[in-house]
Design a protein around this ligand. Structure first.
Ligand SMILES: Nc1ncnc2c1ncn2[C@@H]1O[C@H](COP(=O)(O)OP(=O)(O)O)[C@@H](O)[C@H]1O
Ligand SMILES: [Mg+2]
Length: 251
C-alpha cells in the first residue's frame, strides 16, 4: 500500500493557542484510520488543515503524492477529498434529492431557486443513486430533509460526501447525537463502504470507532499522543490517563 495522505510536522496556531502542535500522520491507500482524543484535542482543526479550510502555521500536507499545503478547498475536492462536518449542514426545506443536486453542482439554496433545470442529468443520477445506496437512503429521495430523523440527516451528509466518488473520506463524529439504533445503522454503513476508499474518522465513542478501523491516532492538547492498532488502544496507559482526565502536562 502507498501513502495517500501525509501530514508532516503540522502546527496550527489560533492566537496564543497551538490547536495542532507538530503533528505528523501518514495514512495509506485503503486504510481506515480513527482520530480520537478528548474535546478540544485538535481533531476538527486537523480535518480543517487536511481539507484546506485552515492553513497551518508550519508543516506540510501531501495528498496523492502532491504538496497541497497551499491548495484551496475546491481543488483538494477535485483531487479526491471529501468530508462531513460535526454539525449538520443540510437545507431542511429541500428534499433528499434536491440537497444532493446542490452537492453535485456546488450550489447554495439561493442559486437553486434561480436554477432553470432542477432535474439530475443521467450521469448525476447514476452517481446519486450509488451514493444513496451506500448510505441506505435509496427509498427516501423525495422526502423533505426536515421530515427525516436526525440519523437519516447524517446518512444524507454521508451520501453527499460520497457522491464525488472520493479517494479519501473524512467523517467528523458521524455518530454524534444519534440514538443507539441510529449508531448501529451508521456503523454498518461505514463498515460496508468500498475497501479501496480511504477513511479517516473522528469519533468520540471509543466502543464504536475501535470496531471500524485498522489504526488509531490519539490527539491530546494538539499533540499526537499515541498511534496504535485498536487492540492496543484500550489498554494503553497514556490513553487511559487522557480519557480519565489524568494526563500529565506535555513536556
Ligand atoms: N477558528 C478557531 N479560532 C480559535 N480557536 C479555535 C478555532 N477552532 C478551534 N479552536 C480551538 O482549538 C482547539 C482545538 O479545537 P478542535 O479542533 O475543534 O478540537 P476537537 O475537534 O478535538 O474537539 C480548541 O481549544 C478550540 O477552542
Ligand atoms: Mg471536533
Amino acid at each position: 500500500m502507498s501513502e495517500l495522505l501525509e501530514l508532516d510536522r503540522v502546527t496550527v496556531q489560533f492566537g496564543g493557542l497551538k490547536a495542532v502542535d507538530d503533528v505528523s500522520i501518514r495514512v495509506k491507500t485503503g486504510e481506515r484510520r480513527a482520530i480520537i482524543g478528548p474535546n478540544g484535542a485538535g481533531k476538527t482543526t486537523l480535518f480543517n488543515v487536511i481539507t484546506g479550510i485552515v492553513r497551518p502555521a508550519s508543516g506540510a500536507v501531501r495528498f496523492v503524492g502532491a504538496d497541497v499545503t497551499r491548495t484551496p478547498v475546491h481543488a483538494r475536492t477535485a483531487l479526491g477529498m471529501s468530508r462531513t462536518f460535526q454539525i449538520t449542514n443540510l437545507f431542511p426545506q429541500l428534499t433528499v434529492e434536491e440537497n444532493m443536486l446542490l452537492a453535485l453542482r456546488g450550489l447554495s439554496p439561493r442559486k437553486f431557486s434561480l436554477l432553470g433545470d432542477n432535474t439530475l442529468s443521467a450521469d448525476e443520477r447514476a452517481r446519486a443513486e450509488r451514493a444513496f445506496s451506500l448510505s441506505r437512503l435509496h427509498e427516501r429521495r423525495g422526502v423533505a430533509v426536515r421530515e427525516m430523523s436526525y440519523g437519516e440527516q447524517r446518512q444524507l451528509e454521508m451520501a453527499m460526501a460520497l457522491v464525488t466518488a472520493p479517494k479519501l473520506l473524512l467523517l467528523d463524529e458521524p455518530a454524534a447525537g444519534l440514538s443507539p439504533a441510529e449508531r448501529v445503522i451508521v456503523s454498518d454503513i461505514i463498515r460496508a463502504l468500498p475497501r479501496d476508499l480511504t477513511l479517516v474518522l473522528i469519533e468520540h465513542d471509543m466502543d464504536l470507532v475501535l470496531q471500524l478501523v485498522d489504526f488509531v491516532t490519539v490527539l491530546n492538547n494538539g499533540h499526537l499522543l499515541v498511534e496504535a492498532p485498536p487492540s492496543e488502544i484500550r489498554t494503553n496507559q497514556d490513553v487511559q490517563d487522557v480519557y480519565l482526565g489524568k494526563a500529565r502536562p506535555h513536556a
